[in-house]
Design a protein around this ligand. Structure first.
Ligand code: PLP
Length: 363
């Protein structure tokens, strides 16, 4: 967590510890803190405070939009990109099966970029829901969400944009996007884990799925995580990940200069500034990850959310990367605290580890 978010979290937990639904002074203080934070988050996203539903993270926000929309839909089909986060892809697969909708999964090109025309060509009069992420969590590639939302709006197809990886890294003007649902998560920008938001466009229908208290205007019951939401608002005030670009770009340049056989995925497309995903041929990604861990570097092989599963990344597979190369891939995310020296130290360590592993294998 960013210091500013942690301070806001602790201060709110101590000074506004009441339940925002309570009428007494302590509850009113918590309500004030929550309302102020809601206004700050709405302002940062350029939307109305009333359109926000605070959730326990991006996963819940995505689930909420998908279930809350499909629950009301007539029998039809759902169009989704193949590179969505599992909280979208698996949830859509689940509810399509349950409600009997057909599922149309659209693949990106080899750079991991969705072709807006191809995506829109899949939308038809039977489409009841569409979903595309703003930026991919593995490659960092920024997707043509504005074009797709425009077509969905014209055809009145409810549309979810998963903005979790875009927040703080590119402009996320929700009003200009005009999607029915946009999801965000606080911990991706230095807020607390377990805090997120679903932005619901005014007039878009959403069936509530957490019932029993009526919070969040009846759309998400459960006592609100006031310190978490206040910390989210505080983190939004300092987000500027674009400044990581020179560190990431320098990292990739240095990496390629010392390891020319490395492939950086999505590097020809526009990407968010902090993400680098690459294949080190002949090496096992998990082994590299563990060796780097011993050296003090925290990186991911494939998606962090699916680490622990030995399946190659579904994103790389969708980009046409073969399983062998996908299993040899690593993903590095740079934070505001990282310098070019850190980036070089990581490359030097990778070079050392590869040489060591090759020696051990007698290669
Ligand atoms: C694109 C994307 N969507 C959704 C999520 C889930 O967010 P959370 O961890 O807040 O549940 C993640 C998490 O990595 C993500 O990268």
């Amino acid at each position: 967590m960013l210091d500013v978010a942690l301070d806001a979290f602790c201060c709110t937990a101590k000074q506004a510890s009441g339940n925002p639904s309570s009428m007494h002074w302590s509850g009113r203080a918590a309500r004030r803190a929550l309302d102020d934070a809601r206004d700050t988050v709405a302002h940062a996203l350029n939307t109305e405070s009333g359109s926000l539903i605070f959730t326990a993270g991006g996963t819940e926000a995505n689930n909420m939009a998908i279930y809350g929309s499909l629950m009301r839909a007539k029998q039809g089909n759902v169009v989704v990109s193949a590179i969505e986060h599992p909280s979208v892809l698996e949830t859509i697969e689940h509810w399509c099966k349950h409600f009997g909708h057909d599922l149309n999964v659209i693949r990106p090109d080899r750079q991991g970029l969705m072709d807006a025309k191809k995506f829109c060509a899949a939308l038809n009069e039977k489409t009841v829901f569409a979903s595309l992420m703003w930026a991919n969590n593995e490659s960092g590639v920024i997707q043509p969400v504005h074009e797709i939302v425009k077509v969905c709006r014209q055809r009145e197809i409810p549309c979810l944009i998963d903005g979790v990886q875009a927040l703080g890294k590119i402009a996320t003007d929700v009003k200009a996007l005009d999607a029915d649902f946009v999801s965000f998560s606080a911990h991706k920008i230095g807020g607390a884990k377990g805090v997120g938001v679903l932005v619901v466009r005014r007039g878009s229908a959403l069936e509530p799925w957490l019932l029993g208290g009526g919070q969040e205007r009846g759309r998400r019951s459960g006592t609100e995580n006031v310190p978490g939401v206040v910390a989210f608002a505080a983190a939004l005030g300092v987000m500027d990940y674009a400044s990581c670009a020179h560190v990431r770009d320098d990292f990739e340049q240095y990496l390629k200069s010392l390891m020319p056989d490395v492939t950086v995925h999505g590097d020809k497309a526009e990407r968010v500034a902090n993400t680098s995903m690459f294949t080190v041929p002949g090496m096992d990604g998990e082994t590299l990850l563990m060796q780097l861990d011993l050296a003090g570097f925290a990186v991911a092989s494939g998606s962090a959310c699916s680490s622990g599963k030995r399946e190659p990344s579904h994103v790389l597979r969708a980009m046409g990367v073969d399983d062998r190369a996908a299993r040899s891939s690593l993903r590095v995310s740079f934070g505001l605290e990282h310098s070019q020296e850190d980036a070089h130290a990581l490359v030097d360590e990778l070079v050392r580890i590869r040489a060591l592993l090759r020696k051990m294998a007698g290669r």
